[in-house]
Design a protein around this ligand. Structure first.
Ligand code: ADP
Length: 601
């Protein structure tokens, strides 16, 4: 059932979720763990509401918090779930955000091919209307420039930045400016142009004064410390990295705490505090291993090897250098050769993903239809219950009061009232018939009818007995041939034959109504016919008569509800068969159906 929550509760629940999302955003500036709590609470509530689009959005937020915390594995899990729900999202910006974040996560995990793939997917989402999404495209460009940076392709990285910066400046996008300046700083640091690098980092700190993003302060302080260290300003370098660590600890941002520890360690070593320095680098290594952050493990190995070598502790230095080389080979060489083939296979992967997406979509559609069908069946079932209990009961009351009134009317003899009474009773009778027949129809569909071997000869005996009076009164000749044993449900088959034979008698003006019941068989089905010598049906109505509430005659001519043949059709369909009619007006009708043989499912 989808509607287990009442509307007012639904509304307040949805308000609560929005509030939690706001709280998540606010907490992001202070402490990621709190933010995570809010987001997860929001996620649970959304699942109660069964709002997949919102669930997707909150999963994205949750993934983002994990990402900021540096817990990339968790971040990846959440983003995977978000991607699975992406089909419920209409907004290309949300889709872009999800893929963009995934790119960043893969980048954090050192999976650069996958990272690039995700960024490209993000870009694809924005292609709908590039003019609208300049800011997002700029962000993506910076991300891609970062990947080139990490892959040591600094010229490519610079080129992308140079192309992106003017766009960002044009629309005064502060966060983009910050990211650009920061990447410039990083590139110039690598190029050993420290003054230029320092200048860019100061620019980014300045811009962040208005953005007030603690994470950005931490990043830049850490970068600055590196530059200052290279410039020989070791004390200042230590100051900056400690500032960064304080912020990161407050945010519980493990991915960068790793870097801070390592940097503090290196600076201490340079300052002659070797033991303290090594212990910081080891702390960094432990945390990196805990988070399975291969890049940082690699950096820690590298720094440890260097520091031990400086201290002329060759054995330790050799040990860490070996571990560094092994892991480095694994990440860069293996991944790079893999990358080439992966890149080649990318188009194929994309195609497969699209196919999978389509398949998933169609599976979801089928499930949706099945759910809807299930729901409408439940509605029908509910209707059947209402019809049987709730509707029948008041009707019985109407009828019994009507007969009480009739008795009084009879006693005091008012002829006009007599006529009114007749119509009232007649209406109630018809209503009762209609309800009963609707009920039968509903049951054909909703009940779980057991199928077993049924001798149709027995069915006909029962029907003959049920219709005994009608058959006698109307002087009917019922001619029954040899009938088969079929796989079916007895009570449904009784209804089927009884309806068809009754119609054959009712729609018949012959002196002697003749009804024949015959069966022939083919290799895979039983073909049954109920033939009458009645009034017949015009060819144009051959299909319509099986539709619910279709009647070809008014009540003055023939009584009826128009539900009987619709019920017959459903019964035959439940037996995997098909029903139809042929007829010659004035001569008679031939209702026929086939039912597949048992071993022919
Ligand atoms: P009902 O008999 O209650 O009106 P049915 O669904 O059984 O409803 O039949 C629908 C219509 O098909 C009838 O109103 C009648 O006009 C036509 N019909 C059904 N059976 C026959 C028949 N054996 N011969 C002629 N007309 C028929």
């Amino acid at each position: 059932m989808t509607n287990s929550i009442q509307m007012p509760a639904k509304k307040s629940l949805s308000d609560k979720i929005d509030k939690l999302l706001q709280q998540t955003e606010e907490a992001m500036k202070v402490n990621y763990d709190d933010a995570l709590l809010y987001a997860e609470h929001a996620l649970n509530l959304t699942r109660l509401l069964a709002r997949k689009d919102k669930e997707c959005y909150i999963l994205f937020h949750t993934s983002r918090i994990y990402y900021f915390k540096g817990e990339y594995k968790e971040a990846l899990e959440c983003s995977k779930e978000a991607i699975q729900l992406l089909s419920y999202q209409k907004d290309p910006i949300v889709k872009y955000k999800v893929y963009n974040l995934r790119g960043a996560i893969y980048n954090g995990l050192g999976e650069q091919v996958k990272s690039l793939n995700s960024f490209l997917k993000a870009l694809k989402e924005l292609r709908v209307d590039e003019g609208l999404y300049e800011r997002e495209i700029a962000n993506l460009s910076i991300n891609i420039s970062n990947i080139y940076f990490q892959n040591k392709d600094y010229d490519q990285s610079l080129q992308i930045l140079n192309e992106t910066l003017p766009i960002i400046e044009r629309f005064g996008y502060q966060q983009g400016l910050y990211l650009c300046f920061n990447t410039y700083g990083n590139i110039y640091t690598i190029k050993k142009e420290y003054d230029k690098a320092e200048e860019y980092f100061h620019k980014s700190v300045q811009i962040n004064q208005s953005l007030k993003n603690p994470k950005y302060f931490a990043v830049t302080y850490n970068n600055l410390s590196l530059v200052l260290e290279e410039k020989g300003q070791v004390e200042e370098a230590l100051e900056y990295v400690k500032k960064s660590l304080a912020i990161n600890k407050k945010l519980n941002r493990k991915s960068t705490i790793i870097i801070d520890y390592r940097r503090i360690g290196v600076i201490h070593c340079k300052n002659g505090k070797f033991e303290e320095g090594i212990s910081y680098i080891i702390k960094s290594l432990k945390l990196a291993e805990e988070l399975d952050n291969r890049h940082e493990i690699l950096n820690a190995f590298d720094d440890l090897a260097k520091q031990y070598a400086q201290a002329e502790l060759w054995k330790n230095a050799y040990q860490f250098r070996t571990r560094h080389t092994e892991l480095s080979n694994k990440i860069f060489n293996e991944d790079k050769t893999k990358a080439i083939s992966e890149m080649q296979a990318r188009h194929q992967v994309e195609r497969k993903e699209r196919e999978a997406e389509l398949l998933r979509d169609s599976k979801e559609k089928i499930k949706e239809y099945a759910d809807r069908l299930e729901e409408s069946n439940q509605d029908l079932e509910r209707f059947a219950r209402v019809a049987s209990h709730d509707m029948k009961e008041p009707l019985r009351m109407v009828k019994s009061y009507l007969s009480l009134i009739k008795r009084k009317v009879d006693k005091y003899g008012d002829k006009t009232l007599d006529e009114f009474m007749f119509y009232a009773m007649d209406g109630a009778d018809r209503m009762q018939k209609l309800i009963t027949e609707m009920l039968h129809l509903a049951r054909v569909q909703t009940r779980d009818h057991q199928m077993r071997e049924i001798d149709v000869n027995d069915v006909l005996h029962i029907v003959q007995n049920n219709l005994k009076e009608t058959l006698n009164e109307n002087n009917v000749q019922l001619q029954v041939g040899k009938l088969p044993v079929i796989q079916g449900n007895q009570s449904l088959l009784i209804q089927l034959f009884q309806n068809l034979i009754s119609n054959g008698i009712k729609y018949n003006r012959s002196e002697t109504p003749i009804i024949q019941v015959k069966c022939t068989e083919t290799s895979d089905a039983h073909h049954l016919e109920i033939i009458d010598n009645g009034i017949g049906i015009k060819e144009e109505y051959f299909d319509q008569v099986f539709e619910m509430l279709t009647r070809l005659h008014n009540r003055e001519e023939f009584e009826g509800t128009g539900i009987g043949l619709a019920t017959c059709k459903r019964i035959v369909e439940r037996h995997n068969g098909k029903i139809w009619v042929t007829s010659q007006e004035g001569k008679g009708s031939n209702f026929q159906f086939f039912i597949p043989k048992m071993d022919n499912k």
